[in-house]
Design a binder for this molecule. Structure first.
Ligand code: BES
Ligand code: ZN
Length: 457
């Protein structure tokens, strides 16, 4: 009897793992220009792999930033539905390097996990679909649906080039649904589908006072220290209930209905165990799970300024900079929020310093129709591979392309993730749980079959 695609995928686990290791070895860090050649190399690895497994018209499309990788197989014909599978081949910087147990770009299997930067976010998850396509081609010579892959290189750096690419390639990307694996599930035993994501606005504040660094004994007391001025502005962003004070910040936040509050209340709260923090923090009017998914936030990612090297240096630094982001819920407009923040900071700024605000990225949040046939196909696919129906979750992170697919291509989007919440995304020792990787491949195979059935019906 010929082997089934799922059996083939099982028999080829070690080969797929070796291929994933190759992909993870390429340091495709989109935000650092020293890695531009690695970005190109990663795009080439993907097109070559896509061609070798049997996808057609594979190509690297240049953009003003990092290239977009494309590949397709449309021979299921005009009566079969088309799924547009999205992934991102760029990764976050790996620092602090000294905290990695094995180097971030030398993938290492320990126990049930593979450790490397990008292991779950997103190389391991995007590779799942390439492996599924390979297993289907190897055993049946075809796919049950038409498939298009779009794999971008600027997701982690808030790139501005993907939206224009999508706008100018609407025919190329036309499909019946978009499928994205770039999120987590509740546990290896309990799959879940993300139905809402937060948006994001990122900005930088630069504060300058004197024309040069000054002796703090000579001038301290009469010159406003830019690090202090910056800290004062940042501390003014929160009130005593840890709510954000930017005027109008919460105006467009939709209240959570009882049904959603119940849905979120049913999710496990493992935040203390996962993070090692002493205590939880935040707005007491909302549960921790609500705060990390259905409420907007304000964060400081880094403050640069002054002397931080060994020993003492008594100086009033000439300047200080902070990198800021605000996570936004779906109904908030990132542009409007960035403007409100800018107006507020300008109003708070003392006349002892000069201040510049730079907007560095905007991304829309999204909410998804839980009743689309693609959702049903994903639910059946998880059921087949995990022997458990998925539940619905809201995700606190951002995947700006989701709103772009909805807005520009008018596509239903299904977020069929395989990560775990303790995978250490963006942190040292990022990992991917291998049982999820292998079950992910099986889930993707089932998805294509289920989608072919449901969409045709
Ligand atoms: N894969 C993540 C989104 C995510 C985060 C899913 C946490 C599940 C859990 C994505 O690659 C990501 O990190 N996005 C950035 C986008 C930003 C730089 C525009 C984010 O959310 O910070
Ligand atoms: Zn990601």
């Amino acid at each position: 009897m010929p082997t089934s695609p799922v059996d083939y995928a099982r028999n080829n686990r070690s080969r797929y793992l070796e291929m994933l290791k190759e992909l993870l070895s390429i340091p495709s860090i989109s935000t650092q220009s020293v890695h531009n050649a690695d970005m190109q190399r990663c795009a080439e690895w993907l097109t070559q792999t896509m061609s070798s497994i049997g996808l057609k018209n594979t190509a690297i499309y240049p953009t003003p930033g990092h290239p977009v990788v494309y590949g397709e197989w449309l021979e299921a014909g005009p009566n079969a539905p088309t799924a547009l599978i999205y992934g991102h081949y760029d990764v976050q910087p790996p620092d602090p390097l000294e905290l990695w147990e094995t180097p971030p770009f030398e993938p290492s299997v320990r126990g049930d996990n593979i450790y490397a930067r990008g292991a779950t976010d997103d190389k391991g998850q995007l590779f799942i679909h390439l492996a599924a396509v390979d297993a289907l081609f190897k055993t049946t010579g075809a796919l049950p649906v038409n498939i298009k892959f779009i794999i971008e290189g600027e997701e982690e750096s808030g790139g501005k080039n993907l939206d224009p690419f999508i706008k100018s390639h609407q025919d190329l990307l036309a499909a019946d649904c978009a499928l994205i694996s770039d999120t987590s599930i509740v546990s290896p035993e309990q799959p879940s589908i993300v139905y809402a994501l937060r948006g994001l606005a990122t900005l930088e504040i630069e504060v300058k006072s004197a024309a040069r660094d000054l002796h703090s004994g000579q001038y301290g007391g009469a010159i406003h220290n830019p690090l202090l001025a910056l800290s004062q502005i940042i501390s003014a962003m929160f009130d005593e209930n840890n709510r954000i004070t930017i005027p109008g910040f919460y105006d467009d936040v939709l209240p959570l209905g009882d049904e959603e509050r119940d849905l979120l209340a049913a999710l496990p709260d493992t935040l203390l165990q996962e993070t090692g923090a002493r205590n939880l923090w935040g707005d007491p009017a909302f549960t921790p799970v609500e705060r990390i998914s259905a409420r907007p936030t304000f964060e400081v990612h880094g403050i640069v300024g002054g002397y931080t090297d060994e020993g003492v240096k008594t100086v009033i630094p000439a300047e200080a900079t902070a990198k800021i982001s605000m996570r936004l819920v779906p109904n908030q407009d990132p542009q409007k929020i960035a403007q409100r923040f800018t107006d507020y900071v300008n109003a708070l700024a003392p006349d002892t310093v000069t201040l510049k605000i730079r907007q560095t990225g905007l991304g829309n949040g999204a909410v998804i129709d839980r009743n689309d046939p693609s959702m049903m196909a994903a639910s059946n696919a998880y059921q087949a591979a995990f022997r458990r129906r998925p539940i619905f979750t809201r995700e606190g992170g951002s995947i700006p392309v989701v709103a772009a697919f909805q807005r520009i291509l008018d596509l239903p989007v299904v977020m069929m993730g395989f990560g775990l919440t303790d995978d250490r995304l963006h942190s040292p020792n990022e990992k991917f749980h291998l049982p999820n990787f292998y079950r992910g491949i099986e889930t993707s195979i089932h998805f294509m079959r289920e989608y072919a059935k449901l969409k045709a019906a």
